[in-house]
Design a binder for this molecule. Structure first.
Ligand SMILES: Cc1cc2nc3c(=O)[nH]c(=O)nc-3n(C[C@H](O)[C@H](O)[C@H](O)COP(=O)(O)OP(=O)(O)OC[C@H]3O[C@@H](n4cnc5c(N)ncnc54)[C@H](O)[C@@H]3O)c2cc1C
Ligand code: SF4
Length: 483
């Protein structure tokens, strides 16, 4: 145990965010550096619990008390070994994960939880700085070929595990760069893309091959893929978005979040879909919506308003979501702080009824109505209709599952009751030798689950190809968050 009294003597502390008026003038990550002595105190708060519930909260089974202790003792080298033992990409989760481990931390029962995510990101950043993140090429080669379709965190985790196990792995990506939603969904101010690039350098040096701008199922057929490769991992994500079929939906200026964010991630200064000088409305109160807010603000929007159909969640845990579940709470993400009116520009319990436009077919306004809670099916409240200016609208209302395009059709995969690609407990679909990992099998989820699925699917593939495996299997495909 790091410090037997650490949880009594130190309060939880996180790095400060850069001042709003400074950070909205650039695209860099929002957090200031966190001095080493402060981090030591945060690691010292860990109680090294007999039953560390943080393990249960994390689908990767991260060895959290071990690395808290190692950081407290300044044994950074061993800390990164223990962190990499369960997580291929802590630089992604350490920056982007909503940290179900912290929601499950035992200290959180009657105090603030350990700042686990901050300790994680400092360990991996330190390791990169020291040059300890080096390629780990396989010592033996199996001669088996594996295709990974989709280069998000699930595909990358599966590819790294399988390459290290000695297989020849090719990752196909239809976009022009590798990374999936890490690359073109999540904005630079949440995670700078250089973190993806340096990890890809390591993977290339280990022997993983990457082919971009290849839409599998179109540019290379399912039959060709099966002929060339001994096994296939499908990790194409849950990219079919939910739409808003109201009057005026086809006006110019109404976009899906994943139409708006990718060009902004490619060209920070001059994206072709630009919020500069416009009144922006973001429909959907979740994290994707927050990413649209921060992007629109950096592009110079005249105003940004976020609409959410659900009522405003509570600030603290309600009785219905006790420890160690992952609660749905009112969050003040960095992007929300950047709204001109703080949280006043976040409007809850409203539903959009119509978009109206000008003579050129451009959206100009949005009509909304206040609604009762989900129990009544979001019944409109009479007399509450109103109109707000809207010159650019982004729809961030979630995703429905994988796109059922040529690839999945031609392979002949089956779907589960929720429309995701079905798999057995080795992550294999109904098609022999074709596996599925990440959002494509689980539905819209989180990076940490995608990495866990990629690792687990790799063990299934390895066993399929060689008859045995020493690769870890962190989660069953049926595992779900603690809710
Ligand atoms: C805007 C946004 C922000 C998010 N922010 C967070 C966050 O902060 N923290 C968090 O934990 N989660 C976040 N998420 C969720 C998280 O990004 C996903 O759960 C995760 O990326 C899923 O990983 P994946 O590997 O399954 O798929 P994805 O990351 O979706 O990657 C799938 C890839 O497959 C490619 N592909 C699909 N079909 C084909 C094909 N036929 N041929 C070739 N390539 C193909 C796609 O182009 C894509 O690049 C966010 C999601 C969105 C949309
Ligand atoms: S639950 Fe919290 S206090 Fe206990 S071991 Fe995990 S991080 Fe440390």
């Amino acid at each position: 145990m790091a410090d037997p009294k650490g949880f009594l003597t130190h309060d939880r502390e996180l790095p400060a965010r850069r001042p709003v008026d400074v950070r909205i003038r650039d695209w860099r990550e929002v957090y200031e550096d966190f001095p080493a002595p402060k981090l030591t105190k945060q690691a010292a708060r860990c109680m090294d619990c007999g039953i560390p519930f943080c393990h249960n909260g994390c689908p990767l089974g991260n060895l959290i008390p071990e690395w808290n202790d190692l950081v407290y003792r300044h044994d950074w080298r061993e800390a990164i070994e223990r962190l990499h033992a369960t997580n291929n990409f802590p630089e992604f989760t350490g920056r982007l994960c909503p940290a179900p481990c912290e929601a499950a931390c035992v200290l959180g029962i009657n105090s603030d939880p350990v700042a686990i995510k901050r300790v994680e990101v400092e360990i991996i950043d330190h390791a990169f700085t020291e040059g300890w993140v080096t390629p780990q090429p396989p010592t033996n080669r199996t001669g088996k070929k594996v295709a990974v379709v989709g280069s998000g965190p699930a595909g990358l985790a599966a590819a790294q595990q399988l390459t290290r196990a000695g297989h020849d792995v090719v990752v196909f990506e239809r976009a022009d760069a590798i990374g999936g939603l890490l690359r073109y969904g999540i904005p630079e101010f949440k995670m700078e893309k250089r973190h993806i690039d340096r990890r890809l350098d390591q993977m290339r040096a280990e022997g993983t091959e990457f082919r971009t701008s290849v839409n599998v199922g179109v540019d290379i057929t399912a039959a060709q893929l099966r002929e060339e490769f001994d096994a296939v991992v499908l990790s194409g994500g849950a990219t079919a978005w939910r739409d808003l079929p109201v009057a005026g939906r086809d006006l110019k200026g109404v976009y899906q979040a994943m139409e708006y964010l990718p060009p902004a991630n490619k060209d920070f200064e001059d994206s072709p879909i630009n919020a500069r000088g416009k009144h922006v409305v973001v429909i959907g109160g979740g994290d994707t919506g927050a990413d649209c807010i921060g992007t629109a603000i950096r592009q110079g929007a005249a105003s940004v308003t976020q609409l959410e159909i659900m009522p405003q969640p509570p600030a603290g845990r309600p009785g219905s979501q006790p420890w160690p579940t992952f609660p749905i709470l009112f969050k003040m993400e960095s992007a929300h702080e950047e709204l001109s009116d703080g949280d006043g520009d976040r409007v809850y319990a409203v539903s959009t009824t119509e978009f109206t436009g000008d003579a050129e077919g451009n959206v100009r306004a949005l009509r909304l109505v206040e609604v009762e809670g989900p129990q009544t099916g979001f019944k409109p409240i009479p007399g509450t209709e109103r109109e707000i200016p809207a010159e650019l609208v982004t729809l961030s209302m979630g995703f429905l599952g994988p796109e059922k395009g040529a690839l999945l059709q031609d392979l002949g995969v089956e779907y589960d009751a929720r429309g995701n690609v079905a798999r057995d407990k080795t992550y294999m679909t109904n098609v022999d030798g074709v596996f599925v990992a990440g959002d494509m099998g689980r539905g819209q989820s989180l990076i940490v689950w995608a990495i866990a699925e990629g690792r687990a699917a790799a063990s299934g593939v390895d066993r399929f190809l060689t008859g045995e495996t020493a690769l870890p299997y962190p989660i069953l495909p049926t595992a779900r968050p603690l809710v």
